[in-house]
Design a protein around this ligand. Structure first.
Ligand code: ATP
Ligand code: MG
Length: 200
C-alpha cells in the first residue's frame, strides 16, 4: 500500500508557526502519513523582488523548527535539484520515486488565485489533490473543483503571521519568540539572519 504524502511548499524565509499549524492540521484531517515542508531552491516568483536568504540557511531553519513533531519533516528535493523550483517537477519526481503514493499539495487561500501562473500547472493538477487552508484577509477560494482540481478543504486556526513581518522584526531586533519554534529562533540568531536588512 502506498503512503498519503502531504507537500507543503514555501520559501520559508523564515518558516513560522502559521506554516506548521497548517501542516499538522492538514496531516490530521486527511490522515496523511507525513507532510514534507519542501524548501524552494530559487522561488522564481519571489526572486528579484527582494533579497531571499540562501537555500542552506532557510533549510536549516525548517529543520530546526520541525524538530521532533511527528509526521512533519524538512524536504530537500528542490534544493538538491538546483535551479528554479517548480512544483510540477517536485510532484513528478515524487511520483516517479514512489508511484503508489498519493500526493496532497497543501496551500493557503492566498495562493489559489495564482495557481494557473505556475509552470505546467496542468501537471500539478494531474499529480496531486489540493489541500486548501484558510488564511485571514483572503476570501475563500471558488470554483476550484469546476476548474478540474481535486480539492480538500481544511480549517485551521487563523494565525496572522507572515515571513515578511518576521523578517522586519528580526531586522530591528523585535522578539520572534512563540512566532517561530524556539530552535528556529535560535538558528536565526546564530546565523545572524535578517539583521539590519533594509528591505527585510
Ligand atoms: P511572505 O510573507 O514572504 O509572503 P509567507 O509567510 O506568506 O511569506 P510563503 O512562503 O509566501 O509564506 O507561503 C508558503 C505557503 O504557506 C503558502 O501556501 C501560504 O498560503 C502558506 N502560509 C503562509 N502564512 C501562513 C499562515 N499564517 N497560516 C497558514 N498558512 C500560511
Ligand atoms: Mg506569502
Amino acid at each position: 500500500m502506498g503512503q498519503r504524502i502531504g507537500i507543503f511548499g514555501g520559501t520559508f524565509d523564515p518558516i513560522h508557526v502559521g506554516h506548521l499549524v497548517a501542516a499538522v492540521n492538514a496531516r490530521h484531517a486527511l490522515d496523511l502519513d507525513r507532510v514534507i515542508m519542501m524548501v524552494a531552491n530559487i522561488p522564481w516568483q519571489k526572486a528579484g523582488q527582494r533579497a531571499v536568504s540562501t537555500p542552506a540557511d532557510r533549510l536549516a531553519l525548517v529543520e530546526a523548527a520541525v524538530g521532533e513533531v511527528e509526521g512533519v519533516e524538512a524536504g530537500t528535493m528542490e534544493i538538491d535539484r538546483g535551479g528554479e523550483s517548480y512544483t510540477a517537477d517536485t510532484l513528478a519526481e515524487l511520483h516517479r520515486q514512489s508511484p503508489g503514493d498519493e500526493l496532497f499539495l497543501i496551500i493557503g487561500w492566498d495562493v489559489t488565485p495564482v495557481l494557473t501562473t505556475w509552470e505546467r500547472w496542468e501537471e500539478v493538477q494531474r499529480l496531486a489533490t489540493l489541500v486548501v487552508v484558510n488564511r485571514p484577509d483572503y476570501p475563500p477560494p471558488r470554483a476550484l473543483a469546476e476548474a478540474g482540481w481535486r480539492v480538500e478543504e481544511v480549517t485551521v486556526p487563523n494565525l496572522e503571521i507572515s515571513s515578511s513581518d518576521l523578517r522586519a522584526r528580526a531586522a530591528d531586533g523585535r522578539p520572534l519568540d512563540y512566532l517561530i519554534p524556539e530552535a528556529g529562533v535560535r538558528a536565526i540568531l546564530g546565523r545572524a539572519m535578517y539583521r539590519g536588512r533594509e528591505e527585510a
